[in-house]
Ligand binder design. Structure first.
Ligand SMILES: Nc1ncnc2c1ncn2[C@@H]1O[C@H](COP(=O)(O)OP(=O)(O)OP(=O)(O)O)[C@@H](O)[C@H]1O
Ligand SMILES: Cc1ncsc1CCO
Ligand SMILES: [Mg+2]
Length: 273
């Protein structure tokens, strides 16, 4: 990869030209927020989950999000079907294992989806908070819910284990974001108000899919691009906000206003050697 900053600027500029379509199977809590975040950044969302239309959806889409946030038996069947189609059609898939570790159902379903999606290799990406990534890898058995009890620093080993097991890029969010693939990057942007707004992680996941939908380059790290965008937009939005309510609104505006130059200049990224 050329300089990661140049890569990030190019990725954002490309997204603004191509408006990639992202199909989202996601949870009831965040459907509206994530659709708006994708639009604000310059991508195009569609929320769809029925068996009958999934093949057509993936034909026109650049990538698929599977977010297990409000799963049940029927949704799980839809998620597995969509994941199988994504593999057959070689479409990038980003999994958000929301609440993995909070129930056996969530942990088991996340692992089943990983088993299906691993055939995609680096076109499969897992984005979760530290607790979710540690539970998915088996490093911890249970978690409190959808919010992380662990720091992302503690999840680096689990992320590396998942990368080895499934060949996927693994993105761990938190005060430090870790992007673990063939190379490992850390980012120190964002703001501590972000975990006080529901669905910021789900937005991170959806934006990851928007970058995954971009035409391939020499080395593509959709998680690096989305981590940078979330972090820099988060910093800018927090500076304009009084609390979680105004932050949500400011975040959409920041995603909309963010320029490739600003992204490259403001991101705090380094590579672990
Ligand atoms: N303490 C923090 N300081 C700075 N940024 C943070 C902090 N905690 C989280 N973030 C940022 O907030 C965003 C969401 O990460 P988080 O780990 O809260 O996701 P999550 O737990 O999956 O969220 P949700 O399930 O509500 O969607 C990321 O962009 C991350 O970098
Ligand atoms: C709060 C919550 N519960 C299930 S999904 C979700 C959105 C944030 O992950
Ligand atoms: Mg989450």
């Amino acid at each position: 990869m050329k300089d990661p900053r140049q890569y990030l600027a190019d990725q954002l500029a490309l997204l603004r030209q191509t408006h990639p379509l992202v199909v989202n199977i996601t949870n009831y809590v965040v459907m509206n927020n994530t659709a708006n975040a994708l639009l604000a950044l310059g991508a195009s969302p569609i929320m769809a989950h029925s068996h009958e239309e999934m093949e057509e959806m993936l034909t026109i889409a650049g990538a698929l999000v599977i977010n297990i946030g409000t799963l049940d038996r029927q949704w799980i069947a839809r998620m597995k079907h969509a994941a199988q189609l994504a593999v057959q059609m070689n479409k990038p898939l980003v999994l958000d294992p929301v609440g993995c570790g909070a129930s056996e159902l969530r942990t088991h379903t996340s692992r089943e989806l990983c088993e299906i999606a691993k055939a995609l290799g680096p076109k499969f990406i897992v984005r979760g908070n530290a607790s979710e990534i540690m539970a998915l890898s088996g490093e911890i058995r249970s978690t409190k819910g959808v919010d992380s009890l662990e720091t992302s620093d503690n999840a680096l080993g689990a992320a590396m284990a998942l990368y080895r097991q499934y060949g996927c890029e693994v993105v761990v969010s938190g005060e430090t974001d870790y992007v673990v693939g063939r190379r490992i990057f850390t980012l120190h942007d964002g703001h501590d108000i972000m975990p006080r707004v529901t669905g910021m992680g789900c937005t991170f996941t959806a934006l990851t899919a928007a970058f995954a939908a971009q035409p391939q380059q020499e080395y593509l790290s959709p998680g690096l691009a989305s981590a940078a965008v979330m972090g820099v937009a988060g910093k800018l939005a927090a500076a304009q906000s009084q609390g979680p309510g105004s932050f949500q609104m400011q975040m959409l505006d920041a995603l909309y206003q963010l320029t490739p130059e600003q992204l490259a200049a403001s991101v705090t990224v380094s590579e672990l050697s």
